[in-house]
Design a protein around this ligand. Structure first.
Ligand SMILES: [Zn+2]
Length: 303
């Protein structure tokens, strides 16, 4: 599954392309390399007009509302007070303050973004105090990569496949990266767990089936709503074994692995997502924070 693609990705590609051109040109002139100013120094100021909402402002700048909410605490109530000046980044992402023992490389690893992208987006600063992490969704409940609350961890304590986590390789991780099927940089809203077609798919926690059917690139998709505003999605399925409104228990078989829709990995897999509810909709989180919390990490095929 490729989410948030389109103009945003092309914008980033174009922008990255222009960096290399600029750098080459400058190296030829000065014999040194140069970077564009950090994203956080290029934020656009926007004064909220009466009638504008977080969603309408986000749409105007081709962003998702969570990006504005993350950068502007005043908007976190879901409202955009008229007259307030807010900051607008050129593309989606979050602002992260580095802890004293952290480097930008740690941040890249933590959020699953390419280190070279993070470095250039932040003006090639060797030791930044604050960085902008492109493509990561701000979330009111759990910032991706941060510790998941013990309550949430308990609600989603299962594993979506019958195999042990250490046996199912991650073909494609969550976040920005090279998409195996296209070779281009894109955002992946979940993780692809390698599994043979026909393998049972299991609910990772108790909940109610919110969707079971076909949906675009997801193919055959099951969505489960869990307590505490948590949601899991199981996509690219071969068959569905549940119906909307049905109650399911952790470990219950809900469908089978397939290759419906537009899978983002060429090898057979389950596309699995974890989302949490914000006032403006469901926000994708890194499923690894839940699935592989205190378990051995499987072989990572992602580059
Ligand atoms: Zn996928």
């Amino acid at each position: 599954m490729k989410l948030f693609r389109g103009s945003l990705v092309f914008g980033l590609l174009f922008w990255l392309g222009s960096i290399s051109v600029t750098r080459t040109a400058l190296s030829q002139v000065n014999g040194s390399t140069a970077c564009p100013p950090p994203v956080l120094s290029r934020l656009v100021r926007h004064k909220v007009k009466p009638g504008e909402t977080t969603e309408s402002i986000a749409k105007r700048y081709n962003l998702i509302p969570a990006t504005l909410m993350g950068l502007n605490p005043v908007m976190r109530s879901g409202k955009a007070p008229a007259g307030t000046e807010i900051l607008v980044p050129p593309y989606n992402g979050i602002r992260v303050e580095l802890q004293s023992n952290q480097t930008w490389r740690d941040v890249a690893k933590k959020y699953g973004v390419r280190p070279d992208v993070l470095f250039e987006v932040n003006g090639c600063q060797p030791t930044p105090k604050v960085v902008f992490v492109p493509g990561v969704n701000w979330s009111p409940a759990n910032t991706p990569g941060q510790n998941v609350s013990p309550q949430a961890a308990q609600i989603l304590s299962g594993y979506p496949l019958p195999s042990k986590p250490s046996q199912s390789a991650i073909l494609l991780g969550y976040g920005w990266g090279i998409q195996p099927t296209t070779g281009k940089v894109g955002f992946h809203g979940g993780i692809d767990l390698a599994a043979a077609p026909g393998t049972s798919v299991l609910a990772v926690g108790d909940g109610i089936i919110a969707f079971a059917g076909n949906q675009g690139a997801y193919g055959r998709l099951i969505v489960i709503n869990h307590p505490e505003g948590l949601q899991t999605r199981y996509a690219q399925l071969g068959s569905l074994r549940v119906k909307v409104g049905q109650t399911v228990k952790k470990g219950q078989v809900i469908g089978t692995v397939g290759s419906s829709g537009r899978p983002s990995s060429t090898q057979a897999h389950l596309h699995f997502e974890v989302r949490s509810r914000s006032r403006l909709g469901w926000v994708a989180e890194n499923p690894e924070s839940y699935l592989l919390r205190d378990r051995q990490r499987p072989t990572q095929a992602r580059k």
